[in-house]
Design a protein around this ligand. Structure first.
Ligand code: GLU
Length: 302
């Protein structure tokens, strides 16, 4: 496995730094684009890593998987009346579909869907961000995880598009709580800082039939874990989920911080990170690394 990581590293090195670091908020625009790391955590408890795998970064949309997991644990199947399970075919922050689909977002990984999930968690927890970070600290085995308050504040300052989605959903009766409070929790979740090692470990339960071998707990049932993987496979990679399935063939979730997590069911979870993004907002070197990985291991879910 370690020699596989070295091969991937060499394959992908020329692509590191290619693309553009997320610049919609100043706190993310200043990240050095020339960083690259990979970590793999196997179901047998082995950790493999290379490059900047221990450098914490802003997990951004990867947090949507953790919030979804918390909501599934607390709501069960009823939650699917408020959010769909279909790919949107539109940018992650689009408003148009919401208008003609009566405020029910297509899936939990576009922003509108993640906001509905955050609204559900807001109804359940006194402090949803605290609940989420404690949960993630537990399943990653890292009690030191921190939220970057500068990033969270900056996201809140530039919140207008996300606020518009939340208000539109409220006008359709699909939003229970105060919009500003939910936005604050949502942005705080996106601003959690984790490394590739932290994320590879935290996603172990999705490779392991819902059981987290780090915290020794059944996080989701086997069927629920399979369902989250299916949602990642169909909607986890912004507007590139189709190409990602075609080229990589694994459930994956990316974030504009440059992280990409992927699941090889029953074998391992992997996280790659490189901050320079391609046109749709996925890490250029990160996606290439996963493509190289599945090519070398000759394995995909399809
Ligand atoms: N915090 C970001 C937003 O709501 C999420 C960006 C992402 O997709 O990673 O716009």
């Amino acid at each position: 496995m370690q020699s596989l990581l070295r091969t991937i590293y060499n394959d992908v090195k020329p692509l590191v730094g290619q693309g553009k670091v997320a610049d919609y908020i100043p706190a993310l625009a200043s990240v050095d684009p020339n960083q690259f790391g990979i970590a793999i955590y196997s179901n047998t408890g082995e950790l493999f890593q290379i490059g900047d795998a221990e450098v914490p970064f802003s997990i951004q949309s990867i947090s949507k998987v953790f919030s979804l997991t918390l909501a599934i644990k607390h709501y069960g199947p009823d939650m699917w009346q408020r959010v769909g399970r279909e790919p949107s075919g539109l940018p992650f922050n689009s408003l148009v579909q919401l208008e003609y689909e009566n405020g029910v977002p297509r899936n939990p990984f576009i922003n509108a869907g993640a906001l509905v999930i955050s609204d559900m968690n807001q109804s359940r927890f006194a402090s949803p961000h605290y609940a989420m970070s404690e949960f993630v600290r537990r399943i990653s085995g890292n009690p030191e995880l921190k939220t970057d308050l500068k990033v969270a504040d900056s996201e809140y300052e530039f919140r207008h598009r996300n606020a518009a989605m939340a208000h539109l959903m409220k006008s359709n009766g699909n939003f229970e709580n105060d919009v500003e409070e939910v936005l604050k929790s949502y942005f705080a979740n996106c601003a959690l800082r984790m490394s590739c090692v932290d994320l590879a470990k935290a996603f172990n339960f999705l490779a392991n039939k819902g059981f987290c071998s780090i915290s020794n707990e059944q996080v989701l049932s086997e069927q629920e874990a399979r369902q989250v993987n299916a949602l990642m496979a169909t909607s986890g990679m912004y507007d590139e989920a189709g190409s990602f399935a075609f080229q990589v063939g694994l459930p994956g979730k990316s974030g504009v911080g440059g992280g990409v997590v992927a699941i090889v069911p029953n074998r391992f979870s992997v996280c790659v990170w490189s901050p320079a993004l391609n046109k749709v907002g996925n890490s250029t070197a990160g996606v290439a690394a996963l493509e190289s990985m599945t090519k070398h291991i000759g394995w995909s879910v399809y």
